[in-house]
Design a protein around this ligand. Sequence first.
Ligand SMILES: Cc1ncc(COP(=O)(O)O)c(C=O)c1O
Length: 432
Amino acid sequence: MNKKLNEALALSPAELFALLPPNRVGDTDRRYMNEVLDAGFRNTIDPAGIHQRLEAAFAQRFGTGYAIQHNSGTGTMHTCLLAAGIGPGDEVIVPPLTAVSTAVVVVQCGAVPVFADIDPETYNMNPSDVARKITPHTRAIIPVSLYGLPPDYDPLMALAETHGLVVIEDNAECFLATYKGRMVGTIGHAASYSFQASKHMTSGGDGGMVITNDKEYARNIRKRGALGVRTLGATPGDTFVPRDVRQDYEFERHDVMGYNYRMSAVQAALALAQIERLDALVAARIYIAGQYAQVIEEEGCDWLITPVVPEGSTHSYWTYVCRLDTERAGVSWRDFRSAFIENGGDGLYSAWRPVHLEPVFRDLAFYGRPEQAPNFDPRYQGKVKSYQTGDCPVCEAVQPFLCQFKTSMQTLDRVEVQVAALRKTIRQVASR
Ligand SMILES: Cc1ncc(COP(=O)(O)O)c(C=O)c1O
């Protein structure tokens, strides 16, 4: 399953980084792009067959039956929910520490997002709080592999089984990690990936993919992301409609509501090149995380609380996230960030604000007026009418202290600058 990743991890740093083009565009990326450009563009079909090749390569690397390309890792989750039949009157449980997309897609379906608090150590969705938040209206859970670490799937899947819930993995930040020997992405009913610029692999800024083993679900997901075209199938080969049929005035095309979330052929060319070197891309992030960890250990720094990786899980380190113990360090989060930047650090992101406290959720600013929010839909008889401070106390307490160190550097020189900046900052803070 992860033989190729282990081989990449066994390389020397110089050998590993030699596999990565410094600006993330290599000869293979250019070759596939040129294949698309040389084949040109026609009305509907993909002359270079690039979508088919990308989907086949992605499904193969993750060991799933089907992969459906999308234009983002947000559209992916919207189509997964729609294809699972989620709509007005339903609740979907999501974590509060995530990109807003994980919750927004629920509202886009006319359903109500319910936030389950996080685990104080891993920062992932806490299965015990998920259990507490299940109601007769709950239809789905979207667990997020936050920062590249899988959540505790066994209890989540057990809850899903008991209550008949659909599980959609949000793996925007998690490529090739494993949970108890299983590839993350193959545990829930479907899994969503993002190729947005900051992610392990990119398709030129934006892009996404859904994987699943369920053929009918895959077919529905593709239809929901392609205007509900009736004749689309799970695999590109299933989509052919004889010319005399599709050109006829009686040909009915659309049998369900769908959106246009298709990826362009140009994006697909880049994604295909990147999936081919995904193992090296992930191995580089794991190596960089190890460098930060080594500095923190060597400096005996006990006020940067390093990521916890539970036994049985592996981490793919979209970023390396530490909790700053400001009392022990004697420095505020903002002063720590300023010092890191002064010492050559390339910015330092906080965690996102808890999603339930973002103004869009707090003010129910979904449609024209707050009362038009799905939370007030007469079909919805649940208790969650609004979102406020105190809904997820663990997340609210931890979020202001998280520091995301970048792991996206593609050259060893740049890695060294960041790691040196961290070492210098730790020494400075310690000597105050
Ligand atoms: C956890 C998580 N979910 C969803 C998304 C949305 O992906 P995209 O930007 O491709 O729509 C992102 C990243 O942007 C993310 O980090």
